[in-house]
Design a binder for this molecule. Structure first.
Ligand SMILES: C[S@@+](CC[C@H](N)C(=O)[O-])C[C@H]1O[C@@H](n2cnc3c(N)ncnc32)[C@H](O)[C@@H]1O
Length: 177
C-alpha cells in the first residue's frame, strides 16, 4: 500500500471492492474510483464519510468502458482486478488510454504460477471456482495482459502464495503516448 501513499495529482483506482486502499491515499491525490458492483459503491460511500476523505470520488462503472477522457490520469491503481474482469485486453487498453503519457500503472495481481504442478491445479480449478468467486480466474496472466499495450515495465516483484502467487507491476505509458 505504501506505493499509493506517494501518489499525487489525478489518480484512478478501478475495482476498489471494500475500499481497503482508500485510507492510503494522500490528500494531495485527486482520486476517481470505479467499481462494477453497485452495492460496493454504496458501501464505499459510507466508508468515505467515516474516513472523512473528500478527495475520492466514486463511480459505478466498468474497467472495459471507463467514463474518462484520454490522457487524464497521472496514475492508475488496480489490486486483484484483472483476474476478475470479463475482458482483460479491453480493460488494459482502457487503462492505457486514460493514462497521461508518462503516467504510471501500479498493479498487484495474482498470476499463473511458473511451477508446473501449481499451474496445472490453477487451470483445473479455474472453471469450477470462477463462478463461485466473483469471476476470479486463478489462471489469470496479468503481465501478459499489461503487455498487450506498449507499456514500459519499470519494476516487477513476485511473491509466492500457493495457488495465488502474487505479482506487483509498476509500468509506464511512454512519453510519446
Ligand atoms: C477480487 S476483488 C478486489 C477488490 C480490491 N481491489 C482488493 O484488492 O481488495 C475484484 C473487484 O473488482 C471488481 N470488478 C470486477 N470486474 C470489474 C470491472 N470490469 N470493472 C470494474 N470493477 C470490476 C469486483 O466487483 C470486485 O470488487
Amino acid at each position: 500500500m505504501s506505493a499509493l501513499e506517494g501518489l499525487s495529482g489525478e489518480v484512478l483506482e478501478i475495482g476498489f471492492g471494500d475500499g481497503e486502499t482508500f485510507a492510503c491515499y494522500a490528500d494531495s491525490a485527486r482520486v476517481q474510483a470505479v467499481e462494477k458492483d453497485e452495492k460496493a459503491v454504496n458501501r464505499a460511500a459510507r466508508l468515505l464519510e467515516v474516513l472523512r476523505k473528500t478527495n475520492i470520488s466514486l463511480h459505478h462503472g466498468s474497467a472495459e468502458t471507463l467514463p474518462f477522457e484520454d490522457n487524464r490520469f497521472d496514475a492508475v491503481c488496480i489490486s486483484f482486478l484483472l483476474c476478475s474482469v470479463d475482458d482483460q485486453t479491453r480493460a488494459v487498453a482502457e487503462i492505457y488510454r486514460v493514462l497521461k503519457p508518462g503516467g504510471k500503472l501500479l498493479a498487484i495481481e495474482h498470476t499463473l504460477s511458473n511451477r508446473v504442478m501449481i499451474r496445472s491445479a490453477q487451470r483445473i480449478l479455474t472453471p469450477p471456482l470462477a463462478p463461485l468467486s466473483g469471476n476470479c480466474h486463478l489462471d489469470s496472466e496479468p503481465l501478459k495482459a499489461i503487455l498487450s499495450r506498449p507499456f514500459q515495465i519499470i519494476r516487477t516483484e513476485s511473491m509466492p502464495f500457493f495457488l495465488e502467487p502474487r505479482l506487483f507491476v509498476e509500468a509506464k505509458k511512454g512519453a510519446g503516448g
